[in-house]
Design a protein around this ligand. Structure first.
Ligand SMILES: [Zn+2]
Length: 434
């Protein structure tokens, strides 16, 4: 047997949520002296180190004690062209788009500029422990292709698509439905299913897409197997009013997308801060997921997300950083912000560390229809792993030394771990960041 057949056994405390902790008790699995056996990029076993060691005496042990292992983090809402507009505080959604986001998005017409941003973008994902991301591409085909190419080079799982719009933005960001169809079809043929890349049909939001453009989205989804879908929904009160004015026939915002069949499994709608009860029920019934972006919701003053309402109705909810309306690339930080906002929201949920981990990992896999492949450490899944080990002089190191239970350690990681604590990231067993 070759060394890779025998496998590599990582030894460290490990945490994962193979079940949904919002629905099942004891969904968080933790192993204080944990073992994770990797063979040919897959997880061959996970559990207690000594047990796995005894069953696999030939495996090479890598001692990672002093840090902890989590499944690769999953970001279900982020905009690649907005890397450089992070920090544009003091505005609400529509003003922020106009003044901060759209001028920068227009710069993506220059493909060499886009390539440079794409390189920084995928590096930032990896350095924050994100192994899979559902990404809004650019309004330009070449810039979106640049993101896919950088994604392929990085080894990360990138699900993305060209952003489609034909009104209400800056004219240089608009396509015609015909050109949107042509460019999207080309990108799908080139990148969908190539390595770890997947294509997502991506109308920016109902406000900037005519009915003809939404029809193009519907056609693309019909013509190609396995495409994902992403857009925005019910983020901001003024946005919702304007959408109502543009689609007077629609009883609510979600109905605009529903008219064109734009929902269901593999569809992720960002925000949904101001839904009606009927919208929540229809999202649940259709299996459409919501990307909850609590840093963005707070930074743009969009509002408090009704996490309990969604979860109780059976809507899939995962986390998104919403760079650049959000505050950075950290999905761990996003989980903490979800916890904090739920603490002060009327009828907020009291999240525990297991629920936070689920939102940051497996929930994202479920939202993207990738739960058979990634999201936790069950044997057979891809070995997408984040190794967290804070610098020795960081407060997190002191807290972890003191932690008496796995739950305490995990809660401390969500509270204190930033990019400085992400020591190593692997996708399918291969190191993509160290
Ligand atoms: Zn967004």
């Amino acid at each position: 047997m070759s060394a890779s057949d025998r496998g590599e056994l990582l030894r460290a405390p490990l945490f994962h949520t193979p079940r949904n902790p919002f629905l099942q008790a004891r969904a968080l699995e933790s192993h204080w002296d944990g073992g994770l056996l990797i063979r040919a990029g897959r997880i061959a076993a996970s559990g207690d180190f000594e047990t796995i060691r005894a069953a696999n005496p030939d495996a090479t042990t890598t001692d990672l004690r002093g840090g902890v292992l989590l499944p690769g983090l999953i970001d279900t809402h982020i905009h690649f062209p907005q890397l450089r507009v992070l920090g544009g505080l003091g505005r609400t959604l529509l003003d922020w788009l106009e003044e901060c986001a759209l001028p920068e998005e227009a710069r993506m017409a220059d493909v060499s500029y886009a390539r440079q941003i794409a390189g920084g973008f995928v590096h930032a994902l990896a350095s924050h422990g994100t192994t899979t991301a559902l990404v809004f591409g650019a309004h330009f085909a070449a810039a979106t292709a640049a993101l896919f190419e950088m994604g392929a080079k990085s080894g990360l799982r990138i699900v993305s698509g060209m952003v489609l719009s034909d009104r209400q933005l800056r004219p240089e960001l608009h396509q015609t439905p015909d050109s949107a169809y042509r460019d999207s079809s080309d990108l799908i043929r080139c990148f969908h299913g190539r390595g770890r890349l997947l294509y997502a049909v991506t109308p920016r939001f109902a406000l900037s897409t005519s009915e003809s453009m939404l029809e193009v989205c519907q056609t693309l989804r019909r013509e190609h197997e396995g495409l994902r879908f992403q857009t925005h929904l019910n983020e901001n009160v003024r946005e919702i009013e304007e959408v109502a004015g543009l689609f007077p026939w629609a009883p609510d915002y979600l109905a605009v997308y529903e008219r064109f069949g734009l929902g269901g499994r593999g569809a992720v709608m960002a925000h949904n801060v101001h839904p009606t009860q009927s919208e929540i029920e229809r999202l649940a019934a259709g299996g459409t997921a919501v990307a909850h972006c609590p840093c963005s919701n707070a930074a743009l003053g969009s509002g408090l997300f009704g996490l309990k309402r969604h979860v109780e109705a059976g809507v899939r909810v995962a986390l998104g950083t919403d760079v650049g309306g959000g505050t950075g690339f950290g999905i761990l930080k996003e989980a903490l912000q979800a916890y904090l906002l739920q603490r002060i929201a009327p009828d907020g949920a009291l999240l525990d560390a297991g629920q936070m981990l689920y939102l940051a990992t497996r929930a994202g896999a479920e939202a993207l229809g990738l739960e058979e492949e990634i999201g936790d450490f069950q044997p057979g899944k891809a070995a997408d792993i984040v190794y967290i080990k804070p610098p020795v002089d960081a407060p997190l190191s002191a807290v972890l030394e003191r932690a008496e239970t796995p739950e305490q350690a995990l809660a401390a990681i969500f509270t204190l771990a930033g990019a400085e604590s992400i020591r190593e990231v692997r996708v399918e067993g291969t190191i993509v960041y160290k």
